[in-house]
Design a binder for this molecule. Structure first.
Ligand code: NVA
Length: 311
């Protein structure tokens, strides 16, 4: 059966652990697995801007022995010039896997239905699961384990990062807290699914209107831009002085309420002075550059798992 990674819970808890373990192994021995030897092509398609994702997937695919083929989704006009199903039927037979950054989750689900090869979500409006693998890898490296740790995400609780933290951290057996205004609550079905997974894995998933309460004693504090890709016309409202997110900015004061050894993470790009102040993101608790590099290692492990399986 072709395995896809369209959302965080497409991996079981055991499989997530295996992928993170494999990422550590590949980080230590970068050329030890070559499932794409040939080279076989992996199509990496972008309908939205990218820096880290393009570089890290290109590196990951190359190091696994393959050829990363970056496709400009806006040139291809997927779903407009031709249907997603037809694009899948063209890319699938010529690709060992398809990696896609796009808009709605329905688009990547349709790609997966018709591609016949593994499809990987490189960010949709709803989820960013590859980023969460990199974040979990980063916390694991710095803290030694994940189970029982608390991760607090503050900011836009309705965006792709919030949703993926809910599912991904719950799978890892962590306590995940979302600090967000009542106007930007996570999707109810995703929150319920995270709570269900958390109950199985010994963690929890909660939403807090009070940022300080969300962050209190946390082992990791994370945030994300208040203006996700595709929301550019809302920039004034989301970053203005009256933005509902202002109380959720990661300041030194907010950070002081977390555990004294708390890590700070941010998927980047970061907007200093909005969702995080320079003193935090450029300060001693910040691990954002490790986190950015870990995209490479986590995605290599994920591709290896999808192509080679657990062994
Ligand atoms: N929420 C952000 C994440 C960027 C990596 C966005 O969708 O733009």
């Amino acid at each position: 059966m072709t395995r896809h990674f369209l959302r965080d819970d497409d991996l079981t808890a055991e499989e997530q652990t295996l992928v993170l373990q494999r990422a550590l192994e590949l980080k230590a021995a970068p050329f030890s697995r070559r499932p794409l030897e040939g080279p076989r092509t992996v199509s990496v398609v972008f309908d939205k801007p990218t820096l880290r994702t393009q570089v890290s997937f290109a590196g990951a695919i190359s190091q696994l022995g393959g050829l990363p083929l970056v496709v400009d989704g806006n040139l291809a006009q997927i779903g407009t010039r031709e249907s997603i199903a037809d694009v899948a039927r063209v890319l699938g037979p010529q690709s060992a896997a398809i990696v896609w950054r796009t808009h709605g989750q329905d688009r990547i689900e349709e790609m997966a239905r018709y591609a016949g090869v593994p499809v990987v979500n490189a960010l949709t409006d709803e989820f960013h699961p590859c980023q969460i693998l990199a974040d979990l890898l980063t916390v694991l490296e710095h803290k030694g384990s994940l189970k029982g740790l608390t991760l607090a995400y503050v900011g836009d609780g309705a965006n792709n990062m919030a949703h993926s933290y809910l599912l991904g951290c719950a799978l890892a057996g962590m306590h995940v807290r979302i600090g967000t205004p009542p106007s930007h609550q996570p999707d109810a079905a995703i929150l319920a699914r995270a709570q269900e997974i958390a109950a199985e894995q010994g963690g929890s998933a909660t939403v807090h209107a009070d940022a300080a309460q969300a962050v209190a004693g946390a082992d990791a504090v994370v945030t994300d831009t208040w203006v996700s890709m595709g929301m550019e016309e809302q920039k004034g409202d989301r970053q203005g002085a009256d933005s509902p997110f202002v109380p959720y900015a990661v300041t030194e004061e907010l950070m002081a309420g977390a555990d004294a050894d708390a890590l700070f993470l941010h998927c980047l790009p970061a907007y200093r002075g909005f969702e995080v102040v320079s003193a935090v993101i450029d300060g001693p608790q910040s691990v954002v550059w490790d986190e950015a590099e870990n995209r490479l290692h986590a995605q290599k492990a994920l591709l290896s798992f999808l192509l080679e399986g657990p062994a």
